[in-house]
Design a protein around this ligand. Sequence first.
Ligand code: ZN
Length: 317
Amino acid sequence: MKKFFTIFVLALLLAARIGGRALADTPTPTETQTETPAPLAGKTVVIDAGHGYNDSREVYYGGSYSWPGAAQYIEANRVLALAEETKRLLEEQGATVILTRETRAMVGSYARMCMMNTIALQFLRAQTVNPPAELLAELEYLTNILRGIIDEYDPVTDNNGPGAELYFDTPYDNTLKRKAHPDMKRIFDHSRKVKDLIFISIHTNATTASPTQTNGTVTYYMDNKFNKNYYSSYREKENARLANLLLQYVSTQTGLSNTGKNAVNDYFMIRELNVPAALIEVGFHTNWGDHRIMTDPAFSRKFAQGVLLAVLEFYNP
Ligand SMILES: [Zn+2]
C-alpha cells in the first residue's frame, strides 16, 4: 500500500500543479511571439501499464508465457517498458504524463480507477474559474470516497475492501444489468467537462493455447449502447477516435498487423471513468510473428512513436 500510495500522492500533486499552472501561466502576447509552445503543452496523458508483480505471492498477474523455442514473455514487464518509453516521447512534445504503475509491483484495478477519477476531479476543480463552494464540497466528498477505496486495498493479498464492490462494477460482470452507483455517476458526469486529460491502458494479447495463428493490434473503447444500463453518457466520440488513432498509428509504426478491430467493450479500465479513454492490446504475445516483433529491442520506441502520433492527431485533428 505504501509504495502505491506514494505514487498516488505524487500523481495528485502533479495534477494539482498542472491545473494551477494552466490557469496561472497563460502566456502574455510577448511570450507567444517569441516562443512556440510544444505541441502537447498543457495536455496530460495517464498511461496505465496493465498487471504487475505481487511480491508476497511471487507471481506476475497477467501471466508469463513461453513455449518451446520462444523466449519467456512477461506481459506486466513488457507493458511497463512500453509505458515508460511512451512517457518519454510524449514528454518531449510537452505533455505531462502520469503512470498508474511505475515499478513492476502490482497496482489493483480499483486503485488505478480511483487514481484516474481523483485526477479527473482535480482537473475539474483547477479548470473551473471561481468554483462555487457547493462544487468544492461536492468534489471533496467524491474524492474522499475514492481515497477510502484506495485505503482499503491490500496489495499484499490484492484484496479490496467493501467500498470497491459498492462503488464500482466488478471487472468481470457480463450481465450488463447493473447501474452505476449514484456517486460514481456523479463523478462520470463531472468528468464529461474535464479538458486536456486522456487515459490509455496498455496490454498485450494472449490466447489460452499458444502458439496461435491469431495476431495483430486491437483497441477497445466504451460507447453508450454496449452497457447502457450502467451509464450512458460516456464521451463515446472521443473514445472511438482515440482508440481508432491508436489502432492505426501503432500498427503502422510497429509493423504489427492492423486487424481493423477497434471494438466496443465494457472492460473495467475503460468503463469506470469518463475522460477520453482507450485500451490497446498491442499484439498477441502467444503468436510467433507478434512475439518476435514485440521482443525486438527497437519495439518500445516504435510503439511509443505510434502512441505519440495518435495523441498528436487526437489533440490536433
Ligand atoms: Zn493484459
